[in-house]
Ligand binder design. Sequence first.
Ligand code: IPM
Ligand code: MN
Length: 361
Amino acid sequence: MNSSKVLRIAVIGGDGTGPEVAAEGLKVLKAVAEVEGFQYETEDFDYGGERYLRTGEVLPEGAIDQLRSFDAIYLGAVGHPDVAPGILEKGLLLELRFQLDQYINLRPVKLFPGVETPLANRGPDDIDFVVVRENTEDLYCGVGGFLKKNTADEVATQTAIFTRKGCERCIRWAFEYTQRRNSPKKMLTLVAKTNVLTYGHDLWWRTFQEVAADYPDVKTDYNHVDACCMWMVKNPEYYDVIVTTNMFGDIITDLGGIIQGGMGVAAGGNINPDPGGTSMFEPMGGSAPKYTGKNVINPIAAINAMAMLLENAGHTSAADRITRAVMHVTGTKMKSMAAGKMGYSTTEVGDLVVDALTLPE
Ligand code: IPM
Ligand code: MN
């Protein structure tokens, strides 16, 4: 991206602690834009549980097209205790992923200095890989239905959809990402279940082999998803980049999230890499209703999501600057990543990151 262009960001603070953590990400954005000298503007959208309870609709008419006109979306959290599970997830998060064709779900699994991992005797050198999860197909399509509902003979189907186009664009992006990441391993692991899912994952397997031929410098590798769960715990240092299907990706990225220190640090991107595509970045922690308004929630994940947003928008040096600052704060300041135990309030952690932006490299 041309750095003289104004970066336009739609901000959806969302529910619970979402707006609090998003505010810290925006504070860091303001500071880093001054240091790095780029222009941006933000516009707030009040989508989420409160609005749904007030109006009965999750996204109003025209919302998608409006959001599409932005360069990126920055999301705090969705999830409201008074809204039945699934409504906001489907109506907002999944709706945006599908409608904006954000076909990559990018989930870095990186243990920052000073952050505790539940894996014994492991440190930042051991846990540093990235999961590229397909984000528009599989069981998430919502294809299925009931027969004889609420009878003893009830049948329910839920169909996983895989398309050649859908898996190829994701796999290709993952190869290119692995090339760009250029780690000494330079290895892309396909995670699937080809021994059981002999149609859908056969398609993934064949596509992976074909696409691999275009990237001879990237080492290829395959794990069944169940074995991958074991390896992520036993030998996380093995991985460089993982590419996987939507449903398996959902599951292994929570495992990834916990080994990198939990929901206080894990961030993700829903990326439409096509020209003019609008991508969305979010901390992985939920709306944490019980901590709402207490200024105790950890904003590091939201700040990491902002770094991902900037990286994706081409502001690489700003993104790197934020990541260095976060590593300084987790490594030398914060006592814990858990809400209320950080040794600082939410806003103080944001201030610490801002202060660390200008430390010498
Ligand atoms: C995630 C979340 C979502 C998903 C939920 C909230 C619908 O768990 O982003 O990983 O399943 O994709
Ligand atoms: Mn998930």
